[in-house]
Design a protein around this ligand. Sequence first.
Ligand SMILES: *Cc1c(COP(=O)(O)O)cnc(C)c1O
Length: 355
Amino acid sequence: MIRPVPSVGAMAAYALADLGGAQTVSLAQNESAFPASPAAVAAGQAAMSDLTLYPDPEWPELRTAIAAAHGLDPARILCGAGSMELIGCLIRAFAGPGDQVLGTQYGYAFVASATAQAQAEYTVASEVDLTVSVNAVLAAVTPKTRIVFVCNPGNPTGTLIANSEITRLRSSLPRDVLLVVDQAYAEFADPTNDPAEIFALADQGDTVITRTFSKAYGLAGARAGWGYFPDRLAGEIRKLLNPNNISIAAQAAAAAAMRDQVHMRDVVVQTAAIRDRFAQNCRDLGLTVPESHTNFVLIRFASAAQAQAADVALRAEHLLMRGMGGYGLSDCLRATICPPDVMDRAHNVLKGVLT
Ligand SMILES: *Cc1c(COP(=O)(O)O)cnc(C)c1O
């Protein structure tokens, strides 16, 4: 009989979102409510006309666009087939059997999965009020901790901690512990948190920042993410990335999307307006919704049974939110912000369940 290696046999498969049937509207995976920049779509389509050659493994056009938009050194930007590829490589490069990777209580679930693939141990620090607590993270560091993962703004909570807290975390951690700041939703928080303060941490040699085109840029289907690395760490990660990892069309589309900051900002502003209105409507129904700095909201019901009833009622109307049982939040559903008509339908269903 063919058997996997024991560590893979013992691993749980990554819990993918249940996407329902064909007519279902997904509010489950935090994709953008709005299409990507028309310039990005056009660039991707044009690139599709000739796919004879492998994509450039140095992502030159894409890196140039990212570096220009953010004022970064292009040589220290690495691109991945989604930031998930970079997160997986980071864990495999810097943690192995006997090592610990420290996340937070409601941190990104994929990190636990990638840690298991590296045969390292995943541990978590408690959050306070659904928000990362730097003190709790520092208290949870052990001599075995090799990597600390903080997602800011957080998924699935939507909450944000100040840049000064991230900076304090970095300066209080041992220098041989890698800090990874997952900023998949940073574009939604830019106005309050200057991104340059976080990118500057990578200059110290012990911090990596990851970003994605899957959320604010509306390109989840393209699979493009990026990170800002200290020089020496970038060299190690490169050894683990798949060569030619991002297709020619995805590189072209992502580069054009990055050059169209006006479109991205407009998407962020419109999404935030729909989100804040939906969140207030939910609060008016008596639900608890933490202030979100992302393109989704976490809805807390009176009980797990009520959340379950809401999920059933939403599905009957072909609306699918993400259940949160895997995070120990079975009294919650996470709702991706969609166009206003979808959010109004969702609000009406919730109203029916609660009254
Ligand atoms: C969506 C998301 C990502 C991005 O994943 P991609 O592989 O870039 O699509 C990373 N981290 C978090 C917390 C996310 O929610």
